[in-house]
Write a protein that binds this ligand. Structure first.
Ligand SMILES: NC(=O)c1ccc[n+]([C@@H]2O[C@H](COP(=O)([O-])OP(=O)(O)OC[C@H]3O[C@@H](n4cnc5c(N)ncnc54)[C@H](OP(=O)(O)O)[C@@H]3O)[C@@H](O)[C@H]2O)c1
Length: 364
């Protein structure tokens, strides 16, 4: 690997330090070099605070003291996202980069929300597209919200080897091992919101909070809990309404839960079916949700697949057979309807405890 790539790789690693805190902002890391030696590092920690480039410049100022201004004039800056050119909660990074006379800027991904860094500062040499794919993968939620107007949507499914996701009684706990359940709690912590359906609430009564992830609970915000309840069946007594965390309900009619603490009734243009496309668009536009995790039964997953709203299936398969009368994930009726067969690209396979975890990307 050449040194440019190594520096950008370090910027991407620094960016990941913000993975539990930056949302709705993207994860951004920055490295500044002089004669190919790293002289400053920075990353963005949370919305409203310094961007990665400013933290890296400040790191140079503190590392090199009165030699820093000279060094910065001959330096190169590596950042995974195009530097900002407009005022947000903080001033544009482009101004500081120009003020310190940084010679060359390498960035990985374009930011469509900006006005074109290279066009604005023709005096600075710019190279874009370095480790672009890795950068897009890291910030897939942010790019989905900005470019598609909806979050990146991951559906978690825990299934037995015969495709069963629940017993005939509807019970679905303990299909997979405690290691897999811990992994699910970790994904919840990295998600901005979790969407479920009334079938799951009535059968499993989940809290949908992140509790047993092994992460320090003070280091992340609990995800927003989201339920689609077209027929107004929830009573307010279910665990999804447990205190401390907000729940947002998509509902068609006047709700008896409208004054309940920590519950928000989403206001969609009333249509009888509450189209899921509108639900996820609302979450992006009104709640700035980048990463949405779905934990539901085949009812909701089926509808999301039909609308091509699943970006990733996270499938945990446990060594169990649930038998003939199981509720089956594979009973989806997508094939019979408008999609035909759905091919899945295997992005990753991992052994977790006694289960196998697949990350699968539908190719619609
Ligand atoms: N193994 C696992 O990973 C796992 C995970 C979760 C759940 N489960 C199991 O799955 C079972 C529940 O599955 P389920 O299929 O009955 O329920 P579900 O998927 O939890 O709920 C179906 C939900 O989808 C909504 N919905 C479906 N199509 C829609 C559309 N086109 N537009 C808007 N909303 C739509 C329904 O709304 P309405 O209510 O308004 O119709 C309902 O809220 C339970 O037995 C549970 O144990 C297993």
């Amino acid at each position: 690997m050449n040194s440019k790539k190594e520096h950008m790789l370090e910027a991407l690693e620094l960016a990941k330090r913000g993975s539990l805190t930056t949302s709705p902002n993207p994860m951004v890391g920055c490295v500044i070099t002089h004669n190919n030696e790293v002289i400053g590092r920075g990353w963005h920690e949370r919305s409203g605070e310094n961007h990665a480039e400013i933290n890296a410049i400040e790191d140079v100022l503190s590392n090199l003291g009165n030699k820093s201004k000279e060094a910065l004039k001959e330096s190169e800056l590596f950042v995974n996202l195009e530097p900002c050119t407009t005022f947000g909660k903080t001033p544009p990074c482009a101004d500081s980069i120009s003020e310190y006379g940084i010679r060359k800027v390498y960035f990985g991904n374009e930011d469509k929300a900006q006005q074109g860094f290279s066009k604005l500062l023709p005096g600075i040499e710019v190279e874009s597209g370095l480790l672009e794919e890795e950068g897009r993968k890291l910030n897939k939620g942010f790019f989905s919200r900005i470019e598609k107007g909806r979050p990146y949507i991951s559906c978690k499914v825990a299934s037995a080897l015969d495709g069963g996701i629940a017993l005939p009684s509807g019970e679905s706990k303990w299909i997979t091992s405690s290691d897999s359940r811990k992994d699910v709690h970790k994904i919840r912590a990295y998600s901005d919101a979790i969407l479920t359906g009334t079938g799951t609430i009535q059968k499993d009564n989940p809290q949908l909070t992140s509790r047993d992830s092994g992460l320090d609970e003070g280091s992340y915000k609990q995800p927003l809990r989201v339920v689609v309840d077209r027929n107004n069946v929830l009573t307010g007594k279910e665990n999804i309404f447990s205190s401390g965390t907000q729940t947002i309900l998509f509902i068609n009619q006047e709700s008896q839960l409208k004054d309940k603490e920590n519950v928000e009734i989403a206001k969609l243009n009333a249509t009888p079916n509450l189209p899921l496309e509108e639900v996820v668009r609302y979450l992006a536009e009104e709640k700035l949700i980048n990463n949405l995790m779905v934990e539901a039964g085949s009812g909701l997953i089926n509808s999301l697949l039909l609308e091509r709203l699943v970006d990733e299936l996270i499938l945990y398969r446990g060594p169990k057979l649930l038998g003939e009368n199981r509720q089956s994930f594979v009973n989806l009726d997508v094939a019979a309807e408008k999609l035909g067969t759905i091919d899945l690209e295997i992005e990753d396979i991992e052994e977790i405890g006694e289960d196998i975890k697949y990350s699968l990307l539908p190719k619609y």
